[in-house]
Design a protein around this ligand. Structure first.
Ligand SMILES: *Cc1c(COP(=O)(O)O)cnc(C)c1O
Length: 300
């Protein structure tokens, strides 16, 4: 197989200041770290997390997991097409097997990914050895390279550590790196790569208080210990994954109109909203420079 580097990713991704009085009025500089521009098909943090896994797979079939609208499944399928790798996507929801494909799963199949649908209770047990063995047999890929849901494993976390290093001294001095979290793999790695006087702020888009422990576990797996300065603010999930409100939609549309940035709604909208609220609350002292990581772009 060919290396992901042959896909000419745009790295380092651009870091641009935006002028927005909700921030400048508080003495805060807001920069957008445009990871959505890294590659047209392997977008954002999915590139950062997948690239080291694609190297590690060394040509083996990649088996991975996700929900019906998973950005991670689409990125993996695209990587398979671009690099000539076989990919299998194990999808949560047996009932989806016989339905017309939604646009996200249709894109995965068009990129050559084989889809395998399983019921929700099996899906919850997918990492247990017995369940995983049976799954790999069922998809006829017994020596496959397995990437966990959301792509967050130690390889991915180390890939995101390189991203953190990229933010140490690019164009502007950044104090706070803010990003939206699903599994938290991106935050785990990013925080580990930052300079000692920088910190990472994570905005969970899922409801629940499991994330901090998950991030710590990912750091221990990847580095042997907790790393860097990071924290979470869990007030901005808007009811859970893919949930939204009129207020959030209006905020995202307004941000798009003001700054010409296509705002991805599952993660990026919640991040930018959170930063506006936190700034208004005075959470950032005047003189703070924030880099908001644009981890993806809207699909389709
Ligand atoms: C997957 C994804 C995330 C979350 O990344 P984690 O490492 O799982 O926390 C954030 N933003 C976008 C756009 C994503 O697709």
């Amino acid at each position: 197989m060919t290396s992901p580097d042959t896909l000419t990713p745009r790295l380092p991704s651009p870091l641009r200041e935006v002028s927005d009085e909700r921030f400048t009025g508080r003495g805060v500089r807001l920069l957008l770290k445009r990871d959505d521009l890294i590659h047209p098909d392997l977008v954002g943090n999915k590139w950062r997390k997948l690239a080291p896994n694609l190297e590690a797979a060394a040509g083996r079939t990649i088996v991975t997991f996700g929900g019906a609208y998973s950005n991670h499944l689409r990125a993996t399928a695209a990587a398979g097409r671009l690099l000539g790798l076989d990919t299998v996507g194990v999808v949560r929801g047996q009932e989806l097997a016989d339905r017309p494909r939604n646009p996200s799963l249709a894109r995965c199949e068009a990129d050559g990914m084989r889809l395998h649908f399983i019921d929700r209770s099996t899906y919850r047990r997918k990492s247990e050895a017995g369940t995983l063995d049976a799954l790999l047999r069922a998809v006829d890929a017994r020596d496959a390279y397995v990437v966990p849901e959301g792509g967050s494993n130690a390889e991915a976390v180390r890939g995101c550590q390189a991203f953190g290093r990229e933010l140490r001294g690019q164009d502007a001095r950044v104090d706070v790196v803010a990003l939206a979290c699903g599994t938290g793999g991106t935050l785990a790695g990013t925080a580990a790569g930052l300079a000692p006087d920088q910190r990472a702020l994570g905005i969970p888009v899922l409801k629940g208080d499991f994330l901090a422990a998950g991030i710590q576990a990912l750091q221990e797996q990847a580095f042997g210990a907790r790393r860097g300065t990071w924290s979470l603010d869990d007030r901005f999930h808007f009811g859970g994954y893919a949930r939204t409100t009129e207020e959030l939609d209006a905020f995202a549309m307004d941000f798009e109109a003001r700054h010409g940035l296509p705002v991805e709604r599952l993660y990026v909208a919640k991040l930018l909203y959170a930063l506006a609220v936190l700034t208004d609350e005075g959470a950032f002292p005047p003189g703070t420079t924030i880099a908001a990581v644009i981890t993806g772009r809207p699909f389709p």
